[in-house]
Design a protein around this ligand. Sequence first.
Ligand code: NAD
Length: 339
Amino acid sequence: MKGALIGCGFFARNQLHAWRDIDGVEIVAICDRDEGRLGEAGDQFGIARRYTDANEMFADGGFDFVDIATTAPSHRPLVEAAARAGVHIICQKPFAENMADARAMVEAADAAGKVLMVHENFRWQSAVRAAIDALRQGVIGMPFFGRVSFRSGYDVYAGQPYLAEGKRFIIEDLGIHILDIARALFGEVSTITASTKRVNPKIKGEDVATMLLVHRGGATSVVDCSYATRREPETFPQTLLEIDGTGGTLRLDADYRLTIQAAGENETRDVAPPVLSWAERPWHNIQESVAIIEQHFIDCLREGRVPETSGADNLNTLALVEAAYLSAADGRTVRLEEV
Ligand code: NAD
C-alpha cells in the first residue's frame, strides 16, 4: 500500500517513522510549502517525490492514501482535494476549525467512497487503552464517575510556537484528546460545563480548562487540563484516570501504574509503553500511539472496516471542544445539540 504525506513539520517526523515500521506500507511522496522542511524530511526518510503544492501531488497520483499532518486551517481544502483525487485519508487533529467544515469533510469522503480517519491518537496510547479495555469488559461494572486529567508545566511552545499565538489553546490543542478519551471511556455526552483561564501571560489563549461532562449512559466525568502546573514529578504527557464503577474502581496513576480494585481483588499493573527505536522520552507514550493508530488505519483499509476514530466519530469530539468554548464564554451549561 502506497501513501503520501502533506506537512513535514514538528510532528510529522513521528508519523513518517511509524509508517516506515508498518509491513507492506511505503510513503512514496511528501509535500510541504516550506522547501527547507520538505528537503529535510525527504533526505531523512529517503523519499524522492517532493512537492510544494499538494494539488500537483494529487494530480501526479500513484498512492492509495494521504496522511495530512498540517495544522487545522489547511485541513478542509486538503481533505476535499484528497477526496476528489480518490484516495483514503488520515487527517491530524484538530480535524477542522469549526463544525460546518468538519461535516463537509466527512461528506466529501463519503461521497468519494473513501475512508476518512482522524489522527486522534491519545485513546490509542497503550496505557489508556488498557483502561478502556478493562472498562469495556465490565471489570468494574457500570462506571458512574470519572476524572480524566492532564496537568503539566512542560514547555510545549518551544517545539510548537504557534500554540502561543492562537486565541484558543488548551481545549483545542490538548483538551480535544482528553475529551476524546472521556468519550472512549464513558460514551457520548449530553451536557458540558467548562471554565477556562490563562495563567501564562506570554500566550494568547487559555492554558487551563476544567470541564464537567454528563454522559448519556449515566456517568459524570471531570476532564481537567493544564499547561500551567509546575509540579515534581512532571507527568507530561501522561493522562491520569480515576474511575468509580458499580463493581469497583480503576486508577491510572503517574508512571503508568494501573490499579483495579474489583471483586475482592486489588491488582496494580505496570502499563508503561515501550520506547520504540526512533522514540525518545517523555514523548515515547505519544509516539507509540502514532504507530498504533497508523496500524489501525491500515488494518481497517485491508479488512474493509470503519476506523474507531473515523471522521464521523470525531465530529462528536469536535462538538465537545466547541461546546466547551461556548460554555466558558457564556458561563452556562451547554447541551451538545446546540453545536
Ligand atoms: P508545524 O507547523 O510544525 O508543521 C506543519 C507543516 O505543514 C509546516 O511545515 C507547514 O509548512 C506545512 N503546511 C501547512 N499548510 C500546508 C499546505 N496547505 N500545503 C503544504 N504544506 C503545508 O505543525 P505541527 O506541530 O507538526 O502540527 C501539525 C498538526 O499535528 C497540528 O494540527 C497539531 O495539532 C497536530 N499534532 C498532533 C499531535 C498528536 O499527538 N496527535 C501532536 C502534535 C501536533
